[in-house]
Design a protein around this ligand. Structure first.
Ligand code: EPZ
Length: 431
């Protein structure tokens, strides 16, 4: 397995281009199953999660090809309706197959995805939504069985205990676009990735009103057709690079991202006193020699502060004088990065759903373990600001959501190498 060796190397400098959004590309790939015509997708990031989704789509019968890097062409002429456990368990976002299989075939059998380290990942709202579309939904031997022979549109309130559901909204929208009648989804997710999915569906011929608002109205149509679509920029990758520039006090321009996709995140960084220049399609972090101010953040559904940037902010706030409080309202256990940051010298206490970060701490390199996608990114940020060398194991978590992350950081001056774990000093290895 691969590991990263990172050595603190001072401020990052330069320009970095943001890639396509993983969390838009995954439901959009699934949505391309809704037509038998070819859908051409561009700006798709090269990630292991994307490759898992392609594998499952091929399993259900779609022809999925990549004529050039970043481009995928999907032709789902004939489909079967079963997505098996051995494939679904590799990536929980494969639950996004439910909606398209129901919409296109009027039936689906999809293995229930497992949880993950950031917490339980229930799909009760997805199933509630399908039931509200007059589908017969049952669970048997770890699979969701859906009989949608009498599917029809209707009113659905899709909010749960933590508010809206991103992939739940995606699934219900993808089932409803081909369902007779009108579907009104209340408490729909407003994430930019859901907006991008809806924009793709409209390009395919769907009738959707209220895109980007918590109320989506979908008028079902008979068929959808092929189209071409470029996936939006990854705001979480962009935010991660912004945090990397900030924690190293660097001068970095993050290009290909509209600042309005990161409203809550940039607002908090401005409150902390981070100097930034925002343009239509880029955000530049400027050097600073003062200490940033501590912040108090609660993660919320969009447009609130994104949970996917919580770990990165946590790492940054270890370098700030004073007490910062970060409360996780989406995934209360999403603090697997904290014990690893503590190994590097961070002073963080977990109180229920909150991390209380006492800064500033001098971080020192140490062998640490990645646990999930965004926690891995947080450890790299801390390692770049630490004195000495940090070895990060299990970086396959990172490869799920960041394309060539070490190359992009190295192009900004970071000292980061991808090595085999065999090259790691034996005494540092944690099995
Ligand atoms: C999406 O996951 C993202 N993944 C996650 O990104 C992201 O953290 C999350 O949205 C929140 O923004 C993809 O888009 C592939 P949810 P999703 O359904 O759709 C509860 C990353 O790092 N809930 O919006 O699975 C749930 O437990 C990943 O890129 C129910 O209770 O998240 C959570 O507390 C991690 N019942 C909250 O809602 C349900 O049926 C939000 O979950 C569904 C969700």
């Amino acid at each position: 397995m691969d590991v990263f060796r990172v050595t603190g190397n001072g401020p990052l400098k330069g320009t970095i281009e943001v890639g396509g959004a993983k969390n838009a590309a995954l439901p959009i790939l699934a949505a391309s199953l809704l037509t038998e015509e070819t859908v051409r997708l561009e700006n798709v990031p090269d990630l292991s999660d994307i490759r898992f989704m392609v594998e499952i789509m091929r399993h259900v019968g779609a022809r999925v090809e990549s004529p050039e890097p970043g481009v995928w062409e999907v032709t789902a002429a004939q489909l079967t309706h079963v997505a098996p456990y051995e494939l679904v368990r590799k990536m929980r976002a494969s639950v996004c197959l439910l909606g398209p299989l129901v919409g296109r075939l009027r039936r689906a059998e999809v293995s229930i995805p497992g949880g993950c380290v950031i917490g339980p990942r229930p799909i009760d709202l997805h199933l509630k939504g399908l039931a509200k579309l007059n589908c017969k939904v049952s669970i048997d031997s770890g699979y969701v069985h859906v009989d949608a022979s009498d599917i029809c549109g209707g009113p659905i309130f899709l909010g749960g205990r933590s508010g809206s559901t991103v992939t739940g909204t995606a699934n219900i929208a993808m089932a409803a676009v081909l369902a007779p009648g009108t579907t009104r989804i209340e408490c729909a997710a407003c994430e930019p990735e859901v907006v991008d999915l809806c924009n793709l569906l409209v390009k395919m011929g769907a009738h959707i009103e209220g895109i980007g608002s918590p109320e989506l109205t979908i008028h079902g149509v008979e068929k959808l057709h092929g189209c071409k679509h470029s996936v939006i920029a990854d705001r979480i990758e962009a935010g991660t690079f912004i945090a990397a520039a900030a924690i190293t006090r660097g001068d970095v321009e993050v290009k290909g991202i509209a600042p309005n996709l990161l409203g809550a995140f940039l607002d908090k960084l401005e409150e902390a006193g981070l100097p930034m220049e925002k343009k239509t399609d880029s955000i530049r972090v400027l050097p600073y020699d003062h200490s940033l101010r501590p912040v108090d953040v609660i993660t919320l559904p969009h447009p609130g502060f994104p949970t996917d940037l919580q770990a990165q902010l946590c790492a940054l706030m270890t370098q700030t004088e004073g007490l910062s409080i970060i409360t996780e309202r989406i995934y209360p256990n999403r603090f697997m990065h904290v014990p690893e940051l503590q190994r590097m010298g961070a002073d963080i206490a977990i109180e229920g759903p909150s991390a209380i970060i006492k800064g500033a701490s001098a971080l020192s390199g140490a062998p640490v373990m990645a646990s999930d996608l965004r926690a891995s990114a947080a450890l790299i940020l801390a390692a770049m600001a630490a004195q000495g060398e940090t070895w990060i194991q299990r970086i396959y978590h990172l490869d799920r959501g960041y394309e060539r992350f070490e190359n992009k950081l190295a192009s900004l001056g970071a000292r980061i190498d991808r090595l085999s774990d065999k090259e790691m000093p034996k005494e540092l290895r944690q099995e």
